[in-house]
Ligand binder design. Structure first.
Ligand code: SF4
Length: 370
């Protein structure tokens, strides 16, 4: 029987480095795009197999929409000739407003991409420029319009909350502006200030001020209320979708389904091992081999809970049993007692899930399990 897996492809090029970004992404390296795609295609050909059935493809970055259309076409045709895609595979490409062209969208459409994810972030120009984004909200609208005209309906917008100087009113305005574009999916990510970024330096030096915890919680509740009132379903801590449009690729990752990753910083997960490609672009281009990281039985079980609790439905007890050969409650029952008694987790319909209260202190629940 064919093994069902997902594919991830990383495109590390960006026009400009955003203030908060610690992803593997490079500004000013457009001259390496062609060489990078050749390496990617070699890597794809090496792993080519018709024993896999591809259920999901996610092309992320970086800024995939910065690639010239002919390079994107080469990449997509290499993927399709190396792997067997299910007829209903979910195939997503990340795009950044201000970089999308009609030709690029046409190539995506002709080569099986059926879902787009735009990094929109906030509707206020001041916040976008503080974040170091290259676009305006007018360009978000223009890109989404272009995508609709090219025949894409399944569109996600990434939004951010908890930004320096962002108010609850700013977020409310952003949510309205985003919903006006009729997305099928919204990801509302809380800002994480990563060490080594410009954001970190500005916050540490006191030049930029983060909203306090209460304001951040108010922002999160606003997202939950506004989006569920609109008819979206919250299916993960930060993700909301119209019924039937949850992102399958991410849901599969949170369920520990296997995947192959291509490109610098990409990771593959197969047979309880991770294959971590070098995160540095030059190391990748020089052909440095991936690091192979075996996952212990204990780590695998913990991962199932850690990832599963991100989802509103929680961790399936039967899937846990099938994956690990033991009952979840036999392994973790005792360590979960405190979280049960504090009302942070519940067992319901064969799933272990966080309560609303538990979602605010997810890390504390996980620490009890370690
Ligand atoms: S566009 Fe995305 S990947 Fe590129 S620098 Fe900004 S946050 Fe990082």
């Amino acid at each position: 029987m064919m093994k069902q897996i997902g594919l991830y492809v990383h495109i590390p090029f960006c026009k400009q480095k955003c203030a908060y970004c610690d992803f593997s992404s490079y500004a000013g390296r457009e001259c390496d795009m062609e060489r990078y795609i050749c390496h990617l295609i070699d890597e794809i050909n090496e792993r080519a197999s018709k024993e896999y059935q591809i259920d999901t493809l996610f092309i992320g970055g970086g800024t995939p929409s910065l690639l010239p259309p002919d390079l994107m076409e080469k990449l997509l045709s290499a993927l399709h000739s190396s792997f067997f895609f299910s007829p209903d595979a979910e195939c997503t490409c990340e795009c950044n407003p201000g970089t999308v062209t009609k030709d690029f969208l046409t190539i995506l459409k002709q080569n099986g991409i059926n879902r787009l994810s735009f990094g929109a972030q906030a509707s206020q120009s001041g916040l976008l420029s503080l974040l170091g984004r290259i676009h305006t909200w007018a360009q978000v609208k223009e890109s989404v319009d272009m995508a609709h005209q090219a025949g894409f309906e399944n569109i996600n917008l990434d939004l951010m909350l908890g930004l320096p100087e962002q108010t609850v009113e700013d977020l409310s305005e952003t949510l309205d502006a985003a919903l006006a574009l009729s997305p099928f999916h919204l990801s509302c990510y809380g800002l994480i200030v990563e060490e080594g970024t410009k954001m970190y330096a500005m916050v540490e030096s006191g030049k930029w001020h983060l909203p306090n915890e209460d304001t951040e919680r108010e922002m999160y509740e606003l997202c939950r209320k506004r989006l569920t009132d609109y008819g979206m379903i919250q299916y993960e801590i930060s993700n909301f979708a119209l019924p039937g449009h949850a992102c399958r690729h991410n849901t599969d990752c949170w369920s520990r389904k296997e995947y192959l990753g291509f490109g610098c910083a990409a990771c593959s997960f197969l047979d309880e091992k991770r294959y971590q490609n070098p995160s540095n672009l030059d190391d990748y281009l020089s052909g440095k081999a991936p690091e192979i990281i075996p996952i212990s039985r204990e780590d695998a079980r913990f991962e199932s809970i850690m990832l599963g609790l991100r989802m509103m439905k929680g961790v399936s007890l039967s899937q846990f049993q099938a994956m690990h050969g033991v009952e979840l409650m036999d392994i973790y029952g005792e360590r979960l007692q405190k979280s049960f008694s504090l009302g942070l987790v519940v067992l319901q319909d064969g799933y272990l899930r966080l309560t609303r209260k538990g979602m605010d202190v997810q890390n504390a629940v996980l620490v009890e399990l370690l």
